[in-house]
Design a protein. Structure first.
Length: 90
């Protein structure tokens, strides 16, 4: 529902994975960046050796996300496009 509301078409949807178990799907699909709002999302990204982008709009606050190992914490998803543009700049 969130993706539809934001007008984002996902490349793939994978369910039933939690925390570190997400790493298998991230690797399978060649993800180098993973965005989530929970410490489990950060752990999944770190396990897959993907860049962990966290948004502080879910159940975990900025401190929790940073302590879990997030590479960057954004206030919400509206900050993501600008961050991604800067992240991919040579």
């Amino acid at each position: 529902l969130h993706l539809e509301h934001l007008g984002i078409e996902p490349d793939v949807v994978v369910g039933d994975l939690w925390a570190e178990a997400k790493a298998a799907a991230l690797r399978e699909h060649g993800a180098s960046v993973y965005v989530g709002d929970h410490t489990g999302d950060v752990r999944g990204a770190r396990t897959a050796q993907a860049y962990a982008v966290a948004v502080a709009t879910g159940p975990c606050d900025e401190r929790e996300l940073r302590e879990a190992g997030a590479d960057v914490v954004l206030p919400d998803l509206t900050a993501f496009p600008a961050w991604l543009t800067g992240h991919h700049r040579p």
